[in-house]
Design a protein around this ligand. Sequence first.
Ligand code: AMP
Length: 415
Amino acid sequence: MKDLYGADCRKYEYIKVKAMSVCGRYGYSEIYTPMLEYSEVFQRSIGDETDVVSKEMYTFVDRGHESITLRPEGTAGVIRAAVTESLVQALPVRLMYCGEMFRYDRPQKGRYRQFRQFGCEHIGEKSPYIDAMVIAMASEILNAIGVFDFTVLVNSLGDEETLEAYTKAVVKYFSRHEKSLSPESQVRLTKNPLRILDSKDRHDIEICSMAPIISDYFTKEARSYFGKVMELLDAYGLRYEVDNFLVRGLDYYTHTAFEFKPTTGEFRESIGGGGRYDKLVAMFGGPDISGIGFAFGVERLMMLLSNEHFDTTTKTVAVIPVSNSENDYAFSLFRELHSVGVAAEFIHSGNMSKKMKAADKLGCELALIIGDEERSSDTVSVKFMNATESAIKSRTINAVSTVQFVKNALGGHKS
Ligand code: AMP
């Protein structure tokens, strides 16, 4: 579990604000659901035999003897809320969320036990146009935060009939290779055979390369649905690749499934993914309607953004009394600056050289220096901290015009 501070916190806010502004334009509104739900909410929807439910959930019995789980993902809670709050009475429902998720995962770079996801759910409309629109919107989010080098992997899990026929074929194929599969995949063979397809084990991957491909088992409807989604993605000009083995980790997906991966830099793992679900809303007691959603891992997006623009956010001015006798006078100027919304630092410890170093370290743009001479002549000495050799480095101004001068000099906030 990672502590977030400094530039990371600013990146987090930036990603959230940008993502919400893109999705707001598509009609999504924000929802906060509880971080804790009854364990059943996740067990039934995600599926008992998935890795998330069987190995990764933080589940405990509370004081009321109820089994409770810290949410491992956002979709189940959002759909549960859409049903219990009767939001599904006016369709479509479009909801976005941003918050903490918890998984007892093996920690490594980009994988934490507490992490954040930004996600969206579009509930109550089933059409290739919606699927393409949602994938394009997710790509727009990446563009909006300044990420352009990524690819979208897409696949279709087809309809119920497709999945049934395909699962049978997969079981038949892997049964022939059972002895060569990793122990984990041998268990999957009886419990959740499709999960073998995204095993990370080297031998499993080799065996998977010859496994049946889902598109050979599509019903006519499933094939034409997926064909239309791809045609629309082409129309958007989106760079995507069909990955026949993209099955995603959770039970509730049907039809379109997708995942985003960076194509440059050190980190090439999934940064987000999602897909369509046909049964989830009804499973929570709602109407028999379909939905589609996705989630980005915020920490993973943060890894793609350089720290450069996030090191400081606010332009600041340092108010520096030369000696203790000017402290009160300088402090009143400091208070005046804050009262009109200017970010200021009051630096009064140590000698002058120490004070100037402190102002520099804090990233102050200007230093307002007040000594005996300034006080007696009602002036303030201004030093431009970032001035180059040739630029004006300092000047003296009238004390009464200080606030206006500082406002003009700082001229607002950095992006
Ligand atoms: P999933 O819900 O498993 O499809 O994950 C969606 C996205 O959440 C992934 O693409 C990752 O970006 C992120 N994610 C999933 N698990 C973790 C984790 N343990 N730590 C950090 N990010 C994660």
